[in-house]
Write a protein that binds this ligand. Sequence first.
Ligand code: HEM
Length: 180
Amino acid sequence: MDHVSFSHPYRLARKCKEVIELFGGKNPAPDDNDIAKLKTMTMIINETLRLYPPVLGMTKIASREIRLGDLLLPADIELVILCLVTHNDPEIWGENAYLFKPDRFAEGITKAAKNTMAYLPFGLDPRTCVGSNFAMIEVKLALSMILQRYTFTLSQTYVHSPVRLTAPPQHGVQIILHAL
Ligand code: HEM
């Protein structure tokens, strides 16, 4: 299965090339403008958040009776919205829904799925994550700093087991760094 991004040298090479081309000599870190140019990395992070959303779902309470498609929801009903389910639905993402394919985000989040409301790693409504931009910049910055200095591969000891309440790898991620 095409599941774990860092086990794919091609993808890592593309990401690494993008980082080196954009800010090869910048030390210690790229700035805001540079970060905004990381298209391939953004696609890879989006796809990672689709298959492995750190927050698997959220609960909402209907503040009043409301019609939702064919459903009539009574006031005060509690809804559990599982993004793990909507993120993996082949009717929304296509037959390759279970595969790690960052290219599906090549034209942005709105073009990646048949239903744009189906992608919600940070939530969607007015209570959407206030830290989403911060989180995205943080991971791009950290990856950029690493990729300017190292390439890396997964260790043979890595066991792919992401299932827990907030979906971290159950046994950690053993990575081998190779200095550039
Ligand atoms: C990859 C990292 C992160 C993910 C996947 C994530 C995801 C989420 C999700 C799914 C929600 C619930 C949205 C809803 O109920 O509709 C949420 C809420 C929230 N997040 Fe994040 N989050 C991340 C990082 C952060 C960071 C870095 C911060 C702070 C700097 C942050 C602060 C918050 C706060 C304060 C809320 C509550 C917002 C509200 O109820 O109005 N999050 N986040």
